[in-house]
Write a new protein. Structure first.
Lengths: 725, 86
């Protein structure tokens, strides 16, 4: 229970009496940071939410985008950080379940799952390794049982997540526009709770998520049951097609309390419900427990009395629980009874809208000196260093992770995980591409530029498949907002994202704020995770096999921006330096040029330069194609830089494209027309990855050895505790 | 030193759902004619054979091993140890 004194006083003065214990529980759940967004809501309004493709309806839990021909795509992102930190398997799995139901509640079928995972340093932290291994298994088991492909995501390790886990899950849905649930109610409608039974698991979960972990009794664990979830998906979609659903909401954080009060508030109705009607797992649950239980796999549906019979038939057919728990009226009250006895009676809008806070913010003092770089010993052997980087957990291949996920079920996956972004085939002949990206190392050094960088990186990834970004999901994860320095980093990130979204006309279609992410050692680094959804009207760029004499060309300038890079942090153990920043004009030019070149079918593959810089990006192309490449570092466009910076700077807006030699002049003329900075920097062939500076050889790697190391480093570490270097 | 069998039973804590047990109950047992059954819980059992000086140290050693190797998650699981002298 975490109602502050001020909030308790507000509650008392509003209702003019002492609240009952159930009322206290309901309000505490709904006014928790997790459900009410009380610290962040007034600022989130700055994000652009509208666009030509965006469909806004009241009460939607997910963003809806019109993709033409009568079809829509829905998208949502959620996190399950606190539960995953104590029970990684169940926490990560139920996180997937929650976001799937958000997609379902708009009346669309979930077609893809993405997951962004962050843990402590798995090289020496056994707890981090255990969390990582089990969270991945949890996601795999849940998604695979549901028959929904997990097609993308990212994994990152950083000391700041010691004893903690960030598990972000995003999902996409697809359906016909005419089948979208038009949330509405009619007089005499009834409220139905369908799905799993309500038990004592996850009691107080949303308040738990709004407190720091260390002070917790850690009892809010939820057990996943993907088979019930699958039945719910099918039952809901059938009920939707039969027109049996007037309004729908999934039960997530805050359980029934939030679902009931938010539905009543959004629809401007009152709901009278009886806790005795709820199907429970145990017989002795009291009203308070029933109202705040966060048992998984449940949906709240409003339907009419006449349609109820058909809905019950569907639930019987799929053998899932279904109880009529209450009635709709028009007095705008949330009225909870136990039998005849009233246990709570509160105004819906009052419960659903906590008083928003205007928290103070202050620039963190650490930022004043963070850009100052130290002098490091010069690198004697860059080839050796490269092998070390290729084996580092953040850069090593993540195939051990996505190999556990079924990414092809549903037969929509055209471009599979492992490339920049995956691509899904839609029923109207178009294609959808999506990616989520985060970068806490850069966001720590510069919260604004770092957040913009995540956004641009996600855009670059979908652009590499030939998709035009049409929507964005933001997931803002920070520490305790009552610390003005932390709140400042939140605001800076948000402002950066807003500027980028407005400038590129990419509306924010959904998001989540997760605060109070703290470990015993302090706050996590600012970790905004950005999802970008891109639409391909014609044909996606499916990576083709590179052959001898194909060209390697780089688009975009390489700058002196090693701050927050893997090179600084992994090799030199140095946190600081100048964070990469995005030049909006260049970014736009580069994006349109790449899309143009892909559209004209001139390239074999496009790959963005990000983690590990140019050196890693080129090596990734070579390793996945089992071919060597000879790169001239002196030709790389941008200011004059030393070799370290050209190789490892993580400057944004850069793309690598590979193509047949005969397309070179066509590509050059497109890039010249668009006034883009570019250069042909290398040629493929042989079995060596070579970087030369003038006539001097800097890096010389055997592609097969490099591939071997890069591919096996992560499983060797996680499964056998073996460090590759 | 004597030889002991230590049976470690790992099950979900009371109050936490047990989808596997519920499925066995609903889809196998109740589908037959066994209406007298009202609940089934699944559990995992590990049978250790261990050499220790007495029952108590056999039990505490096995408990220690299970804790160290994270054979179960104390957040979710209830663990019962039964010791038998061979």
């Amino acid at each position: 229970m975490s109602l502050e004194e001020r909030e308790l006083a507000e509650l008392k003065s509003k209702i003019g009496r002492d609240p009952t214990s159930t009322e206290l529980q309901i309000v505490a759940a709904e006014w928790s940071e997790h459900c009410s967004y009380k610290s962040s809501k007034r600022h989130l309004k700055m994000l652009p939410m509208d666009g030509p493709l965006v469909i806004n309806e009241k009460g939607y839990d997910s963003g809806v985008l019109d993709v033409g021909d009568g079809y829509v795509v829905t998208a949502h992102i959620e996190s399950h950080n606190h539960p995953s930190a104590v029970e990684p398997y169940g926490g990560a799995a139920t996180g997937v379940g929650g976001v799937i139901r958000d997609i379902l509640s708009a009346g669309t079928r979930p077609i893809a799952i993405f997951d962004g995972l962050r843990f402590g340093n798995i090289e020496n932290d056994l707890q981090a390794r255990w969390l990582f291994k089990n969270a991945v298994t949890g996601i795999a088991d849940y998604g695979n049982c549901l028959g929904i492909p997990t097609i993308g995501g990212e994994v990152e390790f950083d000391e700041c997540y010691e004893n903690y886990a960030l598990v972000d899950v995003a999902a996409l849905g697809f359906g016909k526009k005419e089948n979208l649930i038009k949330n509405h109610v009619e007089e005499g409608d009834v409220v139905v709770l369908m799905g799993g039974s309500t038990g004592r698991d996850g009691i107080g979960g949303s308040q738990f998520a709004s407190d720091s972990l260390e002070s917790e009794d850690r009892s809010a664990v939820q057990i996943p049951d993907p088979f019930i979830e699958k039945l719910i998906i099918e039952a809901v979609l059938q009920a939707r097609s039969d027109g049996l659903i007037h309004a729908m909401k999934d039960l997530g954080g805050g359980g029934l309390s939030c679902a009931i009060s938010e539905t009543a508030d959004a629809m401007e109705i009152g709901i009278e419900m009886d806790v005795d009607k709820v199907h429970t797992r145990e017989s002795d649950m009291n009203p308070d427990e029933i109202m705040v239980s966060e048992s998984q796999e449940r949906m709240l549906i409003v339907t009419s009395k006449t349609k109820l019979k058909k809905l019950e038939e569907i639930c019987n057919k799929f053998r899932i629980g279904c109880s009529v728990i209450g009635d709709v009226n028009f007095n705008n009250q949330v009225h909870i009874k136990k039998g005849e006895k009233t246990v709570a009676n509160l105004p819906a809008d009052f419960v659903a809208n906590a008083t928003l806070l205007d928290l103070p913010s202050k620039e963190p003092t650490y930022l004043k000196t963070i850009e100052t770089e130290k002098n490091f010993e010069s690198i004697s052997d860059y080839s050796k260093l490269m092998m070390k980087l290729l084996a580092s957990p953040n850069i090593a291949s993540k195939i051990w992770v996505y190999g556990q996920y079924d990414h092809e079920v549903g037969i929509r996956t055209v471009v599979k995980p492992g490339a920049d972004a995956s691509v899904l085939r839609l029923d109207n002949g178009k294609y959808l591409s999506a990616k989520i990206d985060g970068n806490p190392k850069q966001c720590y050094i510069n919260p604004r530029e770092g957040a913009i960088g995540c956004f641009e990186e996600a855009c670059r990834n979908v652009v590499c498949t030939g998709a035009k970004p049409i929507g964005m999901l933001d997931h803002l994860q920070f520490g305790n907002p009552n610390d003005p320095e932390i709140f400042w980093t939140f605001l800076e990130s948000l402002k950066g994202l807003t500027d980028f979204a407005k400038s590129f006309e990419i509306p924010c279609v959904g998001g989540k704020v997760s605060l109070y992410n703290e470990t015993p050692k302090g706050s996590i680094k600012p970790t905004p995770v950005i999802g970008v959804i891109g639409l391909i009207e014609k044909k996606p760029s499916v990576p083709q096999k590179i052959s001898n004499n194909d060209c390697l060309l780089i688009i975009g300038d390489t700058k002196d921006e090693l701050g927050g890079s893997e090179y600084f942090e992994y090799v030199h153990k140095f946190v600081g330096g100048k964070c990469p920043s995005v030049n909006f004009a260049d970014s736009k030019k580069n994006m349109t040029s790449v899309l143009d070149i892909i559209d004209k079918n001139l390239i074999k593959l496009a790959h963005d330069c990000s983690k590990g810089g140019l050196a890693i990006a080129v090596s990734e192309i070579c390793m996945t194609n089992q071919i060597g490449c000879n790169v001239s570092l002196d030709k790389v466009p941008g200011e004059k830089l030393d070799v370290d910076r050209i190789l490892f700077s993580e400057s944004h807006s850069r793309y690598l494209i590979s193509f047949d030699n005969e397309n070179l002049s066509k590509i050059q003329s497109i890039l010249n027309e668009n006034n883009v900075s570019f250069a042909q920097i290398g040629q493929f062939g042989g079995k060596k990855i070579q970087f030369n500076n003038g006539t001097k050889s800097v890096i010389d790697l055997d592609v097969e050895k490099a591939h071997e190391t890069w591919l096996h480093a992560l499983p060797n570490l996680v499964l056998h505790g073996k460090k590759t270097n | 030193m004597a030889t002991f069998s230590v049976h470690v039973t790992i099950e979900n804590k009371p109050g936490i759902s047990d989808p596997e047990g519920e499925t066995i109950l609903n889809d196998l047992v109740l589908k037959g004619t066994h209406e007298t059954v009202s609940k089934i819980k699944t559990a995992k059992m590990l049978k250790f054979t261990i050499q220790e000086k007495d029952k108590e140290s056999a039990q505490s050693k096995v408990k220690e091993i299970c804790d160290d190797l994270r054979i179960y998650n104390p957040m979710v699981s209830k663990v019962t140890l039964d010791v038998f002298e061979n």
